[in-house]
Design a protein around this ligand. Structure first.
Ligand code: GLN
Length: 224
C-alpha cells in the first residue's frame, strides 16, 4: 500500500454534485498535496462494488430530488459497510441531499417518500412554508463557518441524545426553520446543508484533514 496516497470514495459523483459540492473534494486534494500526499478519488456510481474500508474518506454530495430517488434505489447495497465505517469513527462528509439520505427518509414536495439508509436517527420532510435559500453563517466547534444553502427538505433529529448539530445558526436556516442549528456532527461524520463549497472554510477543512490522516495511519497499520 502506498503510504503517501489518500483514497477518497465519492458516492455517486456523477449524480450527487449540486452547487459545486465536488469543490469540497478538490479543496481536500489541494490541502493534502501541501501535506505531501497524493489523492485518488473513486466515483462509486450505480451498480459499482464498494467497500468503505478500502478508503480514507467518504464524500456524499448534494442532489436534487430526482437524482436522490435514483440513488436511493442503489444505496441500500452499501448500508452494512457504511454503517460500520461511520460507527467506527472513520471520516465522512455528507452535504444536503447526501446528508438527508443517511437518515430514515425524505418526504419530498411531490409527496413521494424517499427511503434513506436509516444509519442516523433523523428524518427530512418538505413543508410548504418555505424553501431555505440564502447565505448561512454558524458557529461550529472549529469556529465560524460561512456558506450558502438551497433546500426544501427540513431535517429533524429523532434521537437528540445520539445526534448533535454541527453548528449554531447566526444567519440562515440550517436543518430547519425552528431548531436554529446546522447539520450534524456524529463521531467523525459531518452532515451539512452548506454549499459554497463548505470546505472553503479552511478551519473545517483542516479539522477534516486531521481525521483523514489519522484514518490513513490506521489503514496503513492494518495493512502491514
Ligand atoms: N441541494 C440539495 O442537495 C437539495 C436536497 C433536496 N433535494 C432538497 O431540496 O431538500
Amino acid at each position: 500500500m502506498d503510504d503517501k496516497l489518500i483514497k477518497i470514495a465519492y458516492l455517486y459523483e456523477d449524480l450527487m454534485n449540486t452547487y459545486g459540492d465536488s469543490g469540497d473534494v478538490k479543496i481536500l486534494k489541494y490541502l493534502l498535496k501541501k501535506e505531501g500526499y497524493d489523492t485518488q478519488v473513486d466515483n462509486i456510481s450505480l451498480g459499482d462494488e464498494f467497500n468503505a474500508f478500502d478508503y480514507d474518506f467518504v464524500f456524499f454530495g448534494g442532489g436534487q430530488d430526482f437524482e436522490q430517488t435514483v440513488v436511493a434505489q442503489d444505496l441500500p447495497r452499501h448500508k452494512t459497510t457504511l454503517e460500520k465505517y461511520i460507527n467506527e469513527s472513520n471520516p465522512m462528509l455528507c452535504i444536503c441531499g447526501g446528508y438527508q439520505l443517511l437518515g430514515d427518509y425524505y418526504k419530498t414536495n411531490s409527496g413521494v417518500t424517499i427511503k434513506g439508509l436509516g444509519i442516523l436517527p433523523l428524518h427530512t420532510i418538505f413543508k410548504s412554508d418555505k424553501r431555505m435559500i440564502g447565505d448561512t453563517r454558524y458557529m461550529s466547534e472549529w469556529g465560524e463557518v460561512k456558506a450558502f444553502e438551497n433546500h426544501s427538505g427540513q431535517t429533524y433529529f429523532d434521537n437528540t441524545d445520539k445526534l448533535h448539530p454541527f453548528g449554531d445558526m447566526i444567519e440562515g436556516y440550517g436543518n430547519n426553520p425552528q431548531d436554529k442549528v446546522e447539520g450534524l456532527h456524529y463521531r467523525n461524520l459531518i452532515g451539512s446543508y452548506s454549499h459554497g463549497p463548505l470546505l472553503k472554510n479552511t478551519n473545517v477543512a483542516n479539522a477534516i484533514i486531521k481525521t483523514i490522516l489519522e484514518r490513513h495511519e490506521r489503514r496503513l497499520a492494518q495493512n502491514q
